[in-house]
Design a protein around this ligand. Structure first.
Ligand code: BEZ
Ligand code: FE
Length: 645
């Protein structure tokens, strides 16, 4: 037929491919392990080293009889070379001429590691669905680094699948190991090396897994379901050994190798999300997978299957730290590799974030899309407002995602904030209290203060400041006879060169001996323990008050409830507030803390700074203005304020 006569509508007709099958003998039979000796002899071997994880070793020992000369049970995950060295010593010492590897991926990999070094023939007897026995690939770890190599010497010569050995594989492991096999099949279908042979193997594997796994979950001893899944494991393992894998395997390899994530569980969590990532780039493959699974949408269908099987669905539940995701994304994209959709660090981070929360894949990432939409809605806002609101939206959305916020938690937060608003009034500011107890006020304060390091540190305003306090002359007693240890305050205000700042307004406020501000005491007649002074020509002011005591912040509202619910105390370290203002100077809001006072290390609003802890010196004898008191205290302090607005 001439080229121009080719039937264009049927592209399969034109398909060309290459397919390399591994030269292994595969025995698939219930009870096959009883005849293991025959396979050993068929290989011309007479001395067997048995590698096993312990389980089913007796059945194999019986079958091997005198052929068995040594055992090694030390195989561990990721095939560290030190362990391989120990097994090598056993192989040498026993002069074994054949290795039987009985177990899961770790044991089978150890057999491969021995074969790579010695070319000793191997018989693999898998007891899980990982599929490693069907691949000429070996992953080893040396000095904490995992490397992978491929060689014909690595492929086991014989694989014996005995379904009876899988009957005791715990359901949870059956599920994750089965999804691991599913991942091999899925990635084979969109592999750059995909061919009609592996396609058929992969699709058959998917069909058997979709049928068998739910049956195993409802009856773990169902031999025909176990048989289906074991065959699927072999078919999928053959795919894995024949064609290259894509993003999913790369990602799981990174998460296992660099973050210690468990192998099969990680495969289980990640698979639906990588499928969703690749879906638009491989629609035909997804359609075939969906058909084989018997669902409409392949990524969603795989997710639903895992949920139905009770498998893990989030990296979070596997112990992955959210903060490690960007590094994992970077590592997984450091080198290019074939994948239906271009692999970008951003894209992979999205996949990881979705896998971390475990939401059902939506055929694209739903939350990031929504976030982008809300962020864009502020595009035309005035510049600063735009920055503040867009970042707030990103932060809040990311918070909801990272914490997997439930609707009832969201509603509790709304109720909490509503109560915070309802209890607030002209004299009670519960929102400031909330900001204070969450440390937000102190963060803003630090940001502000760090811009002028030569000035006196600032400290939170607190909710008890009342604008426009009564103006008072120097030397007055702002305690107006309230009980307490008399305190003489003698302070100066200077600029950053030490020049006195005259005529500055200095507002002062503090709590009484019982820890209450006047605004908290409705029976009080007018303001007390608060005043406005003006500095004299020397930048100075003096007044009497009482020694402040530690006090609890108001705890009868939602903030108090939060502190109680979280086991935090409510106390502030003893202090006097100052607000210093003068046109042309930056207003300084700060507090002086009593050296030696309680709660300096655990102030509930995080307001204490070293530079503000001052000696309130005990005094006997005459007072500065001749006032007659027995014992009293005195505090001297120089506040430094900076010019500016
Ligand atoms: C205060 O010092 O007045 C205060 C500051 C923050 C929260 C509660 C009280
Ligand atoms: Fe206070």
């Amino acid at each position: 037929m001439q080229a121009d006569q080719e039937p264009r509508s049927d592209t399969r007709w034109m398909t060309s491919f290459s397919y390399t099958a591994g030269p292994a003998r595969v025995v698939f039979a219930p009870g096959a392990v009883r005849h293991l000796d025959l396979d050993v002899r068929r290989l011309g071997a007479t001395r067997v080293l048995l590698l096993s994880g312990g389980r089913h070793a007796e059945a194999v020992e019986q079958a091997l009889g005198p052929l068995l000369v040594a055992r090694f049970e030390g195989a561990v995950m990721h095939t560290p070379v030190e362990v391989t060295e120990q097994a090598m010593a056993e192989l040498r010492d026993s002069a074994a001429d054949c290795v039987v590897a009985l177990g899961g991926g770790s044991v089978i990999n150890l057999g491969k590691a021995l074969a790579l070094r010695t070319d000793v023939p191997q018989i693999a007897v898998p007891t899980t669905y990982a599929g490693s026995e069907a691949t000429p690939v070996l992953g080893e770890t040396a000095d904490g680094r995992k490397t992978t190599q491929r060689s014909p010497a690595i492929l086991p010569e014989v694989v014996v699948y005995d379904v009876y050995l899988t009957l005791t594989l715990p359901v949870a492991m059956s599920v994750t190991s089965g999804v691991n096999a599913l991942a091999h099949a899925v990635e084979a279908l969109y592999s750059a090396d995909a061919n009609p042979i592996t396609d058929q193997l992969a699709l058959e594997a998917i069909r058997r897994l979709a049928r068998g796994l739910p049956q195993i979950v409802s009856d773990p001893s169902d031999v025909s379901a176990r048989s289906d899944v074991l065959q699927a494991a072999w078919l999928a393992g053959t795919c894995l050994g024949t064609v290259g894998m894509g993003l999913h395997h790369k990602l799981c390899h990174t998460l296992g190798g660099s973050f210690g994530m468990p192998h099969a569980e990680t495969h289980t969590v990640v698979l639906p999300h990588v499928m969703a990532y690749n879906a638009a780039a491989a629609p035909d493959v997804m359609r075939r997978i969906a058909e084989a699974l018997g669902v409409d949408d392949a990524p969603g269908g795989v997710h639903d299957l895992i949920v139905r099987l009770g498998g893990p669905t989030s990296l979070r539940e596997l112990g992955m730290a959210f903060d490690d995701l960007p590094r994992a994304a970077e590592l997984a994209t450091a080198q290019p590799y074939p994948n239906p959709r271009e692999v970008t660090a951003d894209g992979v981070l999205r996949v990881l974030e979705e896998a971390w929360t475990g939401e059902r894949p939506q055929g694209g990432s739903a939350v990031p899309k929504l976030t982008a939409q809300v962020v864009a809605s502020f595009d035309d806002a005035p510049p600063r407002l735009r920055v503040l609101l867009q970042d707030l939206v990103r932060t809040l959305h990311s918070y909801a995602v990272r914490t997997d916020l439930t609707e009832s938690e969201w509603l509790s937060a709304i109720t909490f904030l509503t109560r915070t608003g309802q209890i607030s009034s002209d004299t009670r500011q519960e929102f400031i209290l909330l900001s204070d107890t969450l440390g937000v006020s102190s963060v803003v304060d630090l940001l502000t203060n760090s811009r002028s390091p030569d000035t006196t540190p600032s400290a939170v305003l607190g909710p008890f400041y009342v604008d426009g306090p009564p103006a008072r002359p120097h030397g007055v007693d702002i305690a107006e006879g309230l009980p307490g240890v008399p305190l003489w305050v003698d302070v100066r205000i200077v600029d950053t060169h030490g020049t006195p700042v005259s005529d500055a307004t200095v507002d002062v406020w503090q709590a009484n001996e019982d820890g209450f501000y006047d605004v908290q005491l409705p029976d009080l007649d007018g303001p007390v323990l608060r005043a406005r002074f003006r500095t004299d020509a020397d930048g100075r002011l003096t007044f009497w008050t009482i020694l402040p005591a530690a006090y609890p912040i108001p705890d009868d509202g939602p903030v108090g409830a939060m502190l109680t619910a979280t086991g935090r105390h409510q106390f502030r370290a003893p202090h006097v507030h100052f607000m210093i203002a003068k046109p042309g100077f930056r207003t300084l809001v700060t507090q002086l803390f009593v050296q030696g006072g309680e709660y300096l290390d655990s102030d509930t609003v995080f307001g204490v700074k070293d530079g503000l802890i001052v000696d309130f010196v005990e005094q006997q004898g005459p007072t500065p203005d001749g006032r007659a008191v027995d014992s009293w205290r005195k505090v001297d302090f120089v506040f430094r304020v900076s010019q500016g607005v």
